[in-house]
Design a protein around this ligand. Structure first.
Ligand code: GLC
Length: 467
């Protein structure tokens, strides 16, 4: 008998993606199914769903008690492209399918409507096993959006695993919303859905071993460190992989020239193409790239401070892509305006440009304040682009500094523009040493990025929970 796992998550790449969470939920199930697991996913049918590219079919209808009335919702079905992993989408025009996945470009929960959306999806999810005739052995829930599933499940039920992708994003429900969802909670004016899930789930995991430690105290715990410390025996960190089919410089159709570790000279043509695309001067130095959500987490503030002196004095070039907080977007746009021959970028989400930046940059910047896992540094390494990262969370677990044996990147400790500048100086020195640069690039490309190892760890965890 196959093990049956039911995922509940807000995003599934490529059907609905904003950040790394979507990438994980779009890729881990494929790796699990290769291990013989029957895994299925429940998510929302958002107003932005691209029905032409990812057609769905209606397979049933449910009534979800909402505000004391049964609210009808359609169940749609599709598969993750290029796989047989079924995805069930909850289609409810008033609550779920009103717009995008989230209401804010930072993806950080703010609006009450958004909180209600995910409460609804969680409540509907609990009704699904009956409809789709799939009784899970484990419920695998992701982030605060699916945490409420633990509140709606009625015992006896299969064990629940709640994976933390980002603790900074929590999801607070007002008492009115809680009442509409039909939950009874004692005395709380604003109810923290992530906290509730972390208390109630049978087991907790997060996306790197270092982050699993960091969240057991402040500031990493974001106010939830008490529970995480208390439950540390039931908390583990499993590092994410990347989809090595999608992210492969040898087959990538989005980039100017394909290459692999044996033909690194071709990578350079991508750098030239990237410069041309952005109207940058064609000069001999390195290009530094960033692809990120522009939030407080990502260190865009220290980045813009650190990078400007290098543009001015060392003619360093800088390419950015991302969206989020306006003030951080403005910092990058400001640089692009001031130094059009050295800095260009785009505010928004653009998967094709992202690939061009991964392939065309010499170095990839991730100066994060905190980073649960981080996927950008993994993709960069896969493209032979050397990551410059702060030693936090998954960045610390996946990048080895070049001063160490087997180094694949540049790692710095303090969260400051000065520490980052120091790392950029070291990157420039590395860039000047052609032979070493090539060795580091090749080594970075050989890093094991696949989901296989992590999927095996999840499988072990599921089996442990099923005992
Ligand atoms: C969140 C985290 C990121 C992690 C991703 C997938 O976006 O910020 O570090 O890689 O989730 O787990």
């Amino acid at each position: 008998m196959k093990i049956k796992i039911l995922f509940v998550a807000s995003e599934v790449t490529p059907l609905a993606k904003v950040g790394g969470l979507g990438d994980v939920v779009g890729a881990l199930p494929k790796a699990l199914s290769k291990l013989g697991v029957d895994v299925r996913i429940i998510t929302g049918y958002y107003g932005t769903h691209d029905e032409k590219t990812y057609p769905t079919s209606v397979i049933g209808k449910i009534f979800v008690p909402w505000n004391s009335e049964p609210l009808p919702a359609k169940i749609r079905k599709t598969v993750i492209p290029k796989s047989r992993v079924p995805v069930y989408l909850i289609d409810q025009p008033q609550v779920v399918s009103t717009g995008g996945i989230y209401d804010s470009p930072t993806a950080i929960a703010g609006s009450e409507a958004e909180v209600e959306r995910f409460l609804f999806i969680s409540k509907a999810a609990v009704l699904l096993p009956e409809i789709i005739k799939f009784k899970p052995d484990v419920w695998h829930l992701h982030d605060w959006h699916a945490a409420p599933v633990t509140l709606f499940l009625k015992p006896p039920h299969a064990p629940t695993l709640l994976t933390i992708h980002n603790l900074a994003n929590q999801g607070w429900a007002s008492s009115a919303t809680i009442a509409r969802a039909g939950l009874s909670v004692s005395g709380a004016k604003n109810f923290n859905l992530f906290r509730a899930g972390l208390e109630k789930a049978d087991y907790l995991s997060t996306v790197s071993p270092t982050y699993a430690k960091e969240i057991q105290s402040a500031p990493g715990g974001e106010g939830l460190e008490d529970i995480l410390r208390r439950r540390r025996q039931e908390l583990t960190g499993i590092v994410n992989g990347i989809d090595t089919q999608v992210f492969n410089p040898a087959t990538d159709r989005c980039i100017a020239r394909r290459y692999d570790a044996r033909h690194l000279e071709r990578k350079f043509l991508n750098t030239t193409a990237l410069r041309r695309l952005g109207g940058l001067d064609d000069i001999p130095g390195p290009v530094f790239g960033i692809v990120s959500r522009f939030t407080n987490q990502k260190g865009v503030d220290i980045l813009s401070q650190a990078i400007e002196p290098f543009i001015k004095s060392k003619r360093l070039q800088f390419v950015f892509l991302g969206q989020g907080e306006k003030s951080l977007e403005d910092l990058c746009l400001g640089l692009a305006k001031l130094y059009p021959k050295f800095c260009f970028g785009k505010i928004g989400f653009d998967a094709v440009l992202a690939q061009k930046i991964y392939a065309g940059s010499d170095f990839f910047l991730m100066p994060s304040r905190f980073e649960p896992c981080g996927l950008g540094q993994l993709i960069a390494m896969r493209y032979g682009t050397i990551p410059i990262v702060r030693a936090t969370g998954g960045l610390k677990d996946t990048v080895v500094d070049i001063a160490q044996l087997g180094g694949t990147g540049l790692v710095f400790n303090d969260f400051s523009a000065a520490a980052l500048s120091n790392a950029i100086d070291r990157a420039l020195a590395l860039y000047g040493n052609r032979a070493k640069l090539k060795t580091v690039r090749r080594r970075a490309m050989r890093h094991d990025f696949s989901w296989e190892a992590s999927a095996k760890e999840y499988l072990k965890l599921y089996k442990h929970l099923m005992k």
